[in-house]
Design a protein around this ligand. Structure first.
Ligand code: PLP
Length: 436
């Protein structure tokens, strides 16, 4: 039975009068799948409740941060305690130091890190540092990789840009776009050719450590060399930098991010983080080599700042989240991810729905096509209509999936076997809907 959405519908009507498309981030509007987005009132563990009182098993996890589940007792208590000591100081505080120390301890190439308020700010600032360090302008990115809504990085981006089939964004100046070169993901020949032709103009290559914004497309090895390592070596040979974006994969794909999975014998120069490190509050971070980070103001010439950066509530939430992210937590995440992938594969196979499930550590996504996805073009070639039917049947059955065929699915340590059983009940119906 389709759940009632009367109150969510009323809220959506009100919202659309005063907020563009009724939402503060595009994919939330359900534009590509249609229907009324549930307006949420509360969340606990793996479950969401909407304004009409419907309950859903959550597979979005606020797009990544809620790795310990919603309203985790330790995280909530840490934020409550921090709030009692003051909401924002605009001055240094101990939580910033501890949170940065935690990241530096886990991620080898990060010698220094600066906290910002979003992943977008992190990639924007990393680009600025790279351009300053190299005195060059050109940035290379890959089609299907999303790095936030930074002007220079919106061309052929994944995530919402993919969901709405946009080539980029209006409002980005031609000169900004000219300084961004977009290459097909994984195409080593294209990278080599570009560097041969314009190597001395390139400030940096930026890539998702494992792309997860066109669905999950893990980097592939070739002749024993991973794609990220190949990028680092190619960039360095030309005096350019590699920026590895781990906003999504960081502390999600595994305990040391995706770098912990393929970072052996090479290192990016700069890395970006977000999502998990803020435990659900607004945080991003960029960091890397100490000599590069020394370029930042006030000691260096690269200006970068933030009224709320290093906010005490955000750092408390991040630290409490890290406190819960021990080896046992990653085992639980992995088990949940493996079990859910198995359930989805069984249901889709039984219903005869072409699909491919791709993984990067504990991250995964489901493509509605029958061949592996290695590029953005492959990802776009999936059956998005089948996904839409699947999505709505899951939602009607009480499972909240990302409302786009181009997104990863997010589990948490609260996705226990009992929670997965609830998903298992709905999957056969949704798979049959997808097959129609
Ligand atoms: N980089 C990656 C890889 C992301 O997945 C995202 C967001 O999904 C961002 C950057 C931007 O982060 P934010 O939405 O916090 O600005």
């Amino acid at each position: 039975m389709t759940p009632s959405t009367t109150l969510s519908g009323d809220l959506f009507d009100r919202a659309r009068r005063v907020i563009p498309s009724g939402v503060n981030s595009p994919v939330r509007a359900f534009g590509s799948v249609g229907g009324t987005p549930p307006f949420l009132t509360s969340a606990k563990g793996a479950l969401l409740t909407d304004a009409d009182g419907n309950e859903y098993v959550d597979l979005v996890g606020s797009w990544g941060p809620m790795i310990l589940g919603h309203a985790h007792d330790g995280v909530v208590e840490a934020v409550r305690e921090a709030a009692g000591r003051g909401l924002s100081f605009g001055a240094p505080q101990a939580g910033e130091v501890s949170l940065v120390e935690e990241v530096v301890r886990r991620i080898g190439p990060v010698q220094q890190l600066r906290l910002v308020n979003s992943g977008t700010e992190a990639t924007m600032s990393a680009l600025r540092v790279a351009r300053a360090a190299t005195s060059r302008d050109v940035v290379v990115k890959f089609a299907g990789c999303y790095h936030g809504h930074v002007d220079a990085l919106l061309a052929e981006a994944g995530s919402g840009v993919a969901t709405f089939a946009m080539p980029g964004s209006a409002g980005v100046t031609a000169s900004t776009a000219r300084d961004t070169v977009v290459l097909p993901y994984g195409d080593r020949e294209a990278v080599t050719a570009l560097f041969a032709e314009r190597g001395d103009e390139i400030a940096a290559v930026i890539t998702e450590a494992a792309p997860a914004n066109m669905g999950v497309v893990p980097p592939r090895e070739q002749d024993g060399t991973g794609f990220n390592r190949f990028l680092a070596e190619t960039a360095h040979a030309a005096g350019a930098l590699l920026i590895s974006d781990e906003v999504l994969t960081g502390f999600r794909a595994g305990k040391e991010g995706y770098y912990g999975i393929d970072g052996d014998g090479w290192a990016p120069d700069l890395m970006t983080f977000g999502k998990v490190i803020g435990g659900g509050l607004p945080v991003g971070a960029f960091g890397g080599r100490e000599d590069l980070m020394a370029l930042l103001a006030p000691s260096g010439p690269v200006y970068q700042a933030g009224t709320l950066s290093g906010n005490p509530l955000a750092t408390a939430a991040g630290l409490a989240t890290f406190a819960g992210l021990d080896d046992a937590a990653y085992r639980v995440l992995d088990e949940a991810s493996v079990a859910l992938r198995g359930l989805v594969a069984d249901a889709l196979t039984t219903a005869g729905v072409p699909h491919v499930i791709q993984t990067a550590g504990t991250l995964f996504s489901v493509f509605f096509r029958d061949a592996p996805v290695e590029t953005y073009e492959d990802a776009k070639a999936q059956d998005t209509e089948a996904f839409t039917r699947f999505f709505h049947a899951m939602l009607d059955g009480g499972v909240y999936l990302p409302p786009s065929a181009f997104e990863a699915w997010f589990v948490s340590t609260a996705h226990t076997p009992a929670v997965l059983d609830r998903i298992a009940e709905v999957l056969p119906v949704a798979a049959r809907a997808a097959a129609q």
